[in-house]
Design a protein around this ligand. Structure first.
Ligand code: 3HC
Ligand code: NAI
Length: 700
């Protein structure tokens, strides 16, 4: 087998080239090749060694697909110690993204240079891990403790110039990286530069309080996650122990993370996210439609945020409103959002002005005739949407993609309002649309393959994570959410309180409890939807009586200063409200519900298993391509904790037989209107098969 690592003596420099597409991950073959090459360099005429990578990037980390399999030698920490122990100076030349184990290769080298466009970082925490090959020991020695804590617990890559300012990279190379790096090697040889081990540097003294402060900050920022706390342990070890002992501690904690459920869940999400972008039956080579100009109909909450996504990616946007007044209002919110981004340091003033300049407010359909993609984001009214699609059909050029941001409506019916249903698709953004990562791409019956493929690819351009959904009420995410929210309301009226329910779910890991979410979204939206239905079609009154009473009192959530909670008008800080408890008790009594003690386990299981059950129905119906797509939707769109891997992965960790038992228990207690077990769940339990095993078999 040809090694992915080659070695060549160029003049008196030993050049090691790693060539392992797509991202030069440190597979066993790469580790072996690197070890062989560094050993060859020790014995030949070279005076310095240069490590470079072919392709689009320097090494982007350990090979994540090897995790969970039996470890194979050479182990990365041993390899890196051998690189650092080289008797000849080793230079690493970085381009693309030098991440994780890849950046650790660079840190164990004696000198580091990079292209200005390169980024470096230790993103292991995003996989529920910590750097396991010296990163937690070498970064504090080179950059200081606080910089190490920030870099490694955030997992965020930093630009080469920033890395230079922290002392992590020595120089930035202009022009061709390899020739610039070779010149630098020659300079080092001429100057008689010796190997320079970062492991031998001292770690600066820090105030004793730093560790406790950082741990409590992380307990809030990364609630429930174990890896960030262990990273602090490792960096503290770097500051208090000799290098070898610190390295051993890092290895021990790395192995603990690697074998734990949190990392398994987060690695599942890493691969799930990438898999979600692939549509079965669509060729990767499918020619895409050219998308340059965007038009958005409706400059409200969603339309404005959607416009910002495209402007931020450098694409011109025409934002169409019903009249000048509505337009001014929408544009003023966009201005405020950009000003906020500048204030928070997310964008420079110039960059924000440049993005804003790309958004043009219009009120006339003639102004959007040349748009390549139109996204409709007007009120959630099916008749209005159909009317707008008929107008778009008349006004837009041939080949334009016509998309709707509807949350619930039937995209097939919307498409039928045009004479070109093959050009119609759903693009369901999540609020706030310029921030939330998820994009549900809704494939209607007649959506053309190239329209779908273009939208999946475009999602990446605007930095969204796309998941394809079929057409059904609420698509993947909101269809499941209805069940989760229903259970939250039922738990409330049967015996709990908003605080108890939200705390239970937040401690379990959800970013925000369901009643706080309801207050944030606005209780009036569901109220209006229910009012539009005849009384006998509104479902179980226990699931909506309390929010209906709140809305009728003018308590529509955060925007009115009160909903399930009260909100401080200045700080928006929330507090519980005894009046709400009185309303709950009164409504329960009126509905003949006897309130009872309810523990957190019941609340969590009812809410989370309702997601699992509906998710499995969605997969079985083919609305989602695969179970892991559902996990991506929930982690990136609904604040489901990545360290639990999404509802489908979580169900496997609980055990499907235990999940089914609990659902049957709920069915027996609460009736089968809400608790009909998913046929796929029953089949998997009968076959003693996990969701993951079923998905793998199905993928083939
Ligand atoms: N191991 C295995 N496969 C990887 C990989 C890795 N570290 N990184 C990326 N890949 C694969 C992806 O699964 C994808 O495969 P596919 O084409 O079959 O779907 C392919 O490479 C391309 O990846 P992306 O689609 O993500 O490509 P992008 O260009 O958008 O992004 C990237 C490139 C920024 C490098 C991104 O892939 C990434 O962030 N990778 C993970 C980096 C990381 O987490 N590194 C740390 C690993 S843990 C570690 O190093 C432990 C050590 O401390 C001991
Ligand atoms: P919104 O009420 O904030 O904005 C709707 C905008 O459409 C208003 O500015 C209105 O003036 C404009 N409009 C109405 N009729 C128009 C017409 N004929 N021509 C041009 N503009 C017109 O509503 P929001 O929240 O932005 O929702 C828009 C769509 O996005 C809805 O379909 C909704 O279901 C969906 N959605 C909403 C989410 C949310 O959290 N708010 C999340 C995801 C999707």
């Amino acid at each position: 087998m040809i090694s992915p690592v080659s070695y060549e003596l160029t003049d008196n420099i030993g050049v090691i080239t790693i060539d392992n597409p797509p991202v030069n991950a440190l597979s066993q073959a790469v580790r072996q090749g690197l070890l062989d090459a560094i050993r060859t360099a020790q014995a030949d005429a070279s005076k310095a060694v240069l490590i470079v990578c072919a392709g689009r990037t320097f090494v982007a980390g350990a090979d994540i697909s090897e995790f969970g399999k039996p470890p194979a030698k050479p182990f990365l920490p041993d390899l890196l110690n051998e690189i650092e122990d080289s008797a000849k100076p080793v230079v690493a030349a970085l381009h693309g993204t030098a991440l994780g184990g890849g950046f650790e290769v660079a840190l164990s080298s004696h000198y580091r240079c990079a292209l200005e466009s390169a980024k470096v970082g230790l993103p292991e925490v995003k996989l529920g891990l910590l750097p396991g090959a010296g990163g937690t020991q070498r970064v504090p020695r080179l950059a200081g403790v606080v910089a190490a804590l920030d870099l490694i617990t955030s997992g965020q890559p930093i630009a080469a110039a920033h890395a230079v300012s922290l002392g992590l990279i020595d120089r930035v190379i202009d022009g061709d990286l390899q020739s610039g790096a070779l010149d630098w090697c020659r300079e080092l040889i001429a100057a008689g530069a010796a190997p320079r081990k970062s492991s031998e540097l001292p770690v600066e003294n820090v105030e004793a309080g730093v560790w406790a402060d950082y741990r409590s900050k992380l307990a809030r920022r990364a609630r429930g996650q174990t890896a960030p706390q262990k990273i602090v342990d490792c960096i503290e070890a770097a500051a208090t122990l000799p290098f070898g002992q610190g390295l051993a501690r890092e290895r021990e904690l790395f192995m603990e993370c690697l074998q734990g459920t949190q990392s398994a869940a987060m690695r599942h999400i890493f691969f799930a996210e990438r898999k979600a972008a692939k549509i079965r039956g669509l060729s990767r080579e499918m020619p895409l439609r050219d998308i340059q100009k965007i038009a958005i109909i409706g400059a409200g909450t969603m339309g404005g945020g959607i416009a910002m996504n495209f402007a931020n990616a450098g694409m011109p946007v025409a934002l169409l409103e019903i009249d000048d007044e509505a337009l001014e209002h929408g544009l003023s919110i966009i201005d405020r959002n950009y000003a906020g981004s500048v204030k928070r340091g997310k964008l420079s003033e110039t960059a924000a002005a440049e993005c804003r300049r790309l958004i043009d407010g219009v009120t006339d359909y003639a102004a959007i005739a040349d748009a390549d993609l139109v996204i409709e984001a007007v009120f959630e009214d099916p008749e209005l949407k159909k009317e707008i699609f008929a107008r778009l059909d008349a006004a837009c050029k041939k080949g334009a993609i016509l998309a709707t941001n509807t949350s619930y409506q039937d995209v097939n019916e919307i498409a039928a309002a045009t004479k070109r249903p093959e050009d119609v698709i759903g693009l369901h953004f999540f609020s706030p649309a310029h921030i939330m990562k998820l994009l549900e791409v809704v494939r209607a019956d007649e959506t053309a393959d190239d329209v779908l493929a273009t939208c999946m690819a475009l999602a990446k351009v605007i930095r969204k994570i796309p998941v394809m959904s079929g057409v059904c009420y609420g698509f993947i995410g909101n269809r499941m959410l209805q069940h989760y929210m229903r259970e939250a309301q039922l738990c409330l009226i049967e015996g709990s309180t908003p605080e108890v329910i939200d705390t239970a779910l937040e401690q379990w890991g959800m970013a925000m409890g369901p009643l706080s979410v309801a207050d944030l979204a606005g209780l009036d939206i569901g109220y209006k939807a229910r009012q539009a239905l005849p009384a006998d079609k509104r479902g179980d009154p226990g699931a909506y009586r309390v929010p209906d009473v709140l809305v009728e009192m003018g308590r529509v959530g955060q925007k009115s200063g009160a909903g399930f909670y009260r909100y401080d008008p200045d700080t928006r800080a929330k507090s519980g409200d005894a009046e709400v408890l009185e309303i709950i008790e009164r409504e329960a009594a009126e509905l003949g519900i006897e309130r009872r003690e309810m523990d957190a386990n019941e609340i969590i299981d009812r809410l989370i298993f309702s997601l699992v059950n509906e998710g499995l129905k969605i997969v079985d119906e083919g609305i989602a391509q695969r179970p892991s797509d559902i996990d991506v939707v929930y982690v990136y769109g609904y604040g489901f904790p990545a360290h639990r891997g999404g509802p489908m992965h979580y169900a496997d960790t609980v055990g499907l037989d235990a999940v089914l038992d609990r659902i049957i228990e709920f069915r027996d207690r609460f009736g089968d209107a809400n608790w009909k077990s998913a046929p796929l769940l029953e089949r998997l339990v009968a076959d003693k098969c996990t969701i993951a095993q079923w998905a793998t078999a199905n993928e083939k």
